[in-house]
Ligand binder design. Structure first.
Ligand code: NAP
Length: 306
């Protein structure tokens, strides 16, 4: 029987693990399939306090993970496939066939990249379509790429891709970017970056690998096509909450509903990070939520014993 299981290994889960471990709760962290979560797919992290020179997402994951383990966190590289929250203790099953019982649960399953949902996207995944510049950028040396989206991720990852690609064009559905001013300025100054305004991708085509994308103008409706070797998609996220459907309250976009202390409606079940936070979506904010959830779990467990 576990005191607390933490699902997810992003900044929220790792910080929850650190605080739970330091509270002597002997936490078990089940990583999920994306080790380190979204931050581990980020190239340069320049705004996590304490790292004035910046660091890479994988480096941040490594440091946070080692810090949590130093105080006794046990890490299982596994993926939770079932949760039963209507029973006590709560029960979990995993992809590797393990079953766990726990007195409390911290859900830090985060969010995943939103898909374009157009023909060709699935077919060319790994053959020109990607959601991770850090992982796949290297394969596009000397190629022409497009990045879809107008937020911070599109610009940051687009600029990273210019290290390899000949040209990176940002395709955005409006004529002004959502991204912050600093990144906008940097991107506009980068000779290898270009912008295609008021367009959405309607089709990804090729022969074994991506060769072109078809576009629709969001103002005029006009159709066009451009030749590209790769399509990197950065159009936001969807929360990873499918495990909890019918068990926990969610909003209309599928984010978990929690109170200001991160309690779900089920006592002993807490949520931390982008699985409930669709406003801030920053690694440091998720880490803060992880800390809060662990402190609340500690209080909950102490009350159980009294
Ligand atoms: P985001 O800010 O939600 O931006 C998503 C972009 O995709 C928007 O420009 C949106 O267009 C566009 N979009 C959404 N659905 C679309 C669709 N179906 N087709 C075409 N375009 C679509 O997401 P993000 O860039 O991943 O950033 C997420 C959060 O992380 C933000 O809070 C961001 O500030 C933060 N972040 C920060 C940094 C940094 O500080 N360096 C780096 C990365 C991310 P509209 O603009 O028209 O809505």
């Amino acid at each position: 029987m576990e005191n607390v299981i933490i699902i997810g290994s992003g900044p929220a889960g790792l910080t929850a693990a650190l605080y739970a471990a330091r509270a002597n709760l002997n936490p078990l962290l089940i990583t999920g399939n994306e080790l380190g979560g979204q931050i581990a797919t980020t190239t340069d992290v320049e705004n996590f306090p304490g790292f004035p020179e910046g660091l890479t997402g994988p480096e941040l994951y490594d440091l946070m993970s080692r810090q949590a383990e130093r105080f006794g966190t046990r890490t299982e590289v596994d993926y939770v496939t079932e949760v039963h929250l209507q029973e006590r203790p709560f029960r979990l099953k995993t992809q590797n066939g393990s079953e766990y019982e726990t007195k409390s649960l911290i859900i830090a399953t985060g969010a995943s990249p939103r898909k374009l949902d157009v023909p060709g996207e699935k077919e060319f995944l790994g053959r020109g379509v990607s959601y991770c510049a850090t992982c796949d950028g290297f394969f596009f040396r000397g190629k022409d790429l497009v990045v879809v989206g107008g937020g911070d991720s599109a610009l940051q990852e687009g600029m990273f891709l210019t290290k390899f690609a000949t040209k990176v064009k940002v395709i955005h559905r409006r004529d002004s970017l959502r991204a912050g001013a600093v990144l906008q300025e940097r991107a506009r100054k980068n000779d290898k970056m270009g912008f295609i305004w008021n367009k959405v991708v309607t089709l990804i085509e090729g022969n074994g690998k991506v060769e072109s994308v078809r576009l629709r103008d969001t103002v005029t409706g006009e159709e066009s096509a451009i030749s590209v070797n790769g399509v990197f998609v950065y159009i936001g996220h969807v929360p990873n909450t499918h495990l909890f459907v019918g068990q926990l309250e969610m909003d209309h976009e599928g984010y978990l509903v929690v109170n200001e202390r991160l309690h779900t409606k089920i006592p002993g079940v807490f949520a931390a990070g982008e699985v409930h936070d669709k406003v801030f979506r920053q690694a440091v904010v998720s880490a803060g939520y992880g800390c809060m959830a662990a402190m609340e779990a500690e209080k909950y467990l102490a009350n159980l014993e009294n």
